[in-house]
Design a protein around this ligand. Structure first.
Ligand code: GAP
Length: 526
């Protein structure tokens, strides 16, 4: 875990240093849960959204029925009539359990805080048989218990060990110490008191906290002006489902896709951009006959899982976790999380749910508008079931960034091997596809390099750099994840060839200067 923590720190630091992700409003001390994407980050994120939009909306695959999937796009307003959120259940149910520290006043999500202890096996075994009371006293002893924040049970021990001293770590490794933890909102009367992960103060009991950001519309700030920033893009799709049916030729099964901002007043934003208060979602609401919902659910779950693998996430780091029945939201018949092993633990990247006809039925009841679908062929009228693959753009961006991060060795200007940081992005996602350098700023090299740059920049993301030693320029591009670097050198004037260097192998080959664009396109399949 210590190494994984180091890795996360390195990724956050690289992201800042190279202009991928900055803390929002940093000059004023930042603002918790908000992030800005810098020049490289905005390209990376846009490439991910473009790839998703292309694969989902513009060029969808063939579905399980053997026909091309029908999919249309949408871009709804962020602020909608508040009745939308009453009908969807968000006003009443979009809550997280909140606990406060009585001492330092810090706030936590009760389902993300654990009270934990390391305890001495031998001391426990030495207790008279059946003396669980004494054991519990031991565990309850404030000297032994402490609070830990973690996204789920599987990450608690690692998080606790990361904060432990070396003596405790050694004792844990040798088996002298055992570890115990219980989620604070699942504590029973025999469990230890909940303590604050920040200061060891006592935590309050959990209470509900609605995560929707409120705002007011117009000059008045009374309850009639109340509105919400959308916490998901999905509802905009549901309330436009009839508009899409009436204005296009789609027939069930069909999908509506949207990429856009969502806002959640998260109690405790964590893990860099992983849990933010402002983020983007890429969501599909796929409308089908209720009798076809199961095969479509399985189709989307598996297709979305494969999409991440196809774009470079290692299958060994991805997990498809089907929700247990007691975990399902009240409206969902099935749900699976696509999870990724981030350096801070395995966490959700995307959820795929069978939302049944819940949302359309709710909006039909609340708005009085007919949400049924009439099938001209079967003459059947029904409210479609909805399969929803819902992914986070920022989480995908973070996962691709973490996966791409690598360190190896490369020779410096004097041929000595030095540590190299490289981002091995999938070619579709690399913010810059090719960088072009003149070896030196003379002998017509900048002009020739500029000409190659101009030819490339019309078709793909290219970058021109003439400053500093060429080895350093290579390394800057490795850190940006640029797949190819082209150098115009003395030989270019003689025979028109340039060197082209591969980011991953660091091999250089000579190719004609006027074939750079074709070479890059062919090798990257773009
Ligand atoms: N419409 C369904 C829905 O919104 P969700 O599981 O709450 O479902 C879907 O969110 C996806 O949105 C998540 O899988 C995650 O990728 C992303 N997401 C949710 N909350 C987020 C947050 N606070 N910060 C960043 N991404 C978030």
């Amino acid at each position: 875990m210590a190494n994984e923590q180091d890795l996360m720190e390195k990724i956050v630091s690289l992201a800042k240093r190279r202009g991928f992700i900055y803390p929002s409003s940093e000059i004023y001390g930042g603002i918790n849960g908000f992030w800005d994407y810098g020049p490289l980050g905005v390209e990376l994120k846009r490439n991910i959204k473009d790839a998703w939009w292309h694969d989902i909306v513009r060029c969808p695959a063939t579905g399980p029925d053997g026909r091309p999937i029908q999919m249309v796009g949408l871009d709804c307003s962020i602020i909608m009539n508040p009745k939308v959120w009453e009908a969807s259940g968000h006003v009443v149910n979009f809550n997280d359990p909140l606990v406060d520290c009585k001492k330092c006043k810090a706030r936590f999500r009760a389902d993300k805080v654990f009270v934990a202890c390391f305890y001495d096996q031998a001391a426990f075994k030495a207790l008279p048989p059946g003396d669980t009371g004494a054991h519990l006293n031991f565990v309850r002893n404030p000297a032994y218990r402490f609070g830990v924040e973690a996204d789920d049970e599987s990450q608690v021990q690692a998080a606790a060990v990361a904060g432990a001293n070396s003596d405790t770590r050694r004792k844990l490794q040798s088996g002298k110490y055992e570890f115990r933890a219980v989620r604070v909102d699942r504590r029973t009367s025999s469990d230890p008191l909940a303590v604050c992960p920040a200061c060891d103060g006592e935590l309050t009991d959990a209470r509900k906290f609605n995560m929707m950001f409120k705002t007011s519309i117009g000059a008045m700030e009374d309850s009639s002006a109340l509105a919400y920033l959308r916490p998901e893009t999905a509802q905009g799709i549901f309330v436009n489902y009839k508009n899409v049916l009436d204005t296009t030729r789609v027939k069930t099964p069909f999908g509506i896709a949207q990429i856009g901002k969502a806002f959640r007043n998260e109690i405790n934003p964590r893990n860099f951009t992983f849990r933010s208060r402002e983020f983007e979602q890429m969501e599909i609401e796929f409308f089908c006959h209720p009798g076809q919902a199961d095969p479509w659910y399985e189709y989307w779950r598996d297709a979305r899982f494969k999409w991440y693998i196809d774009h470079g996430l290692k299958s060994s780091k991805l997990r498809l976790r089907n929700h247990e029945k007691d975990e399902l939201a009240h409206y969902a018949r099935a749900c699976a999380d696509i999870e990724y092993e981030f350096p801070f633990g395995i966490s959700e990247l995307e959820g795929v749910a069978n939302r049944t006809d819940f949302d359309l039925t709710q909006h039909q009841k609340s708005s009085g508008r007919d949400m049924t679908y009439f099938d001209d062929e079967t003459k059947e009228r029904f409210i479609p079931y909805v399969i929803e693959p819902s992914g986070g753009v920022d989480r995908a961006t973070l996962a691709f960034l973490c996966e791409a991060y690598d360190e190896d060795e490369a020779p410096d200007e004097k041929g000595a091997m030095q540590k190299r940081t490289v981002l091995r992005f999938h070619p579709r996602f690399a913010p810059i596809k090719v960088a072009i350098f003149p070896l030196v700023r003379k002998d017509g090299m900048p002009e020739k390099a500029q000409a190659i740059y101009q030819a490339c920049a019309k078709h793909l993301a290219a970058f021109y750099d003439e400053k500093g030693a060429v080895g350093r320029r290579y390394r800057r591009q490795d850190e940006a994840g640029t797949p190819f670097c082209v150098t115009v050198d003395g030989e270019t004037r003689e025979n028109g060839t340039v060197t082209i260097r591969d980011r991953d192998t660091m091999q250089q080959v000579r190719i004609p200067g006027d074939s750079v664009l074709a070479y890059v396109r062919e090798r990257l399949h773009i």
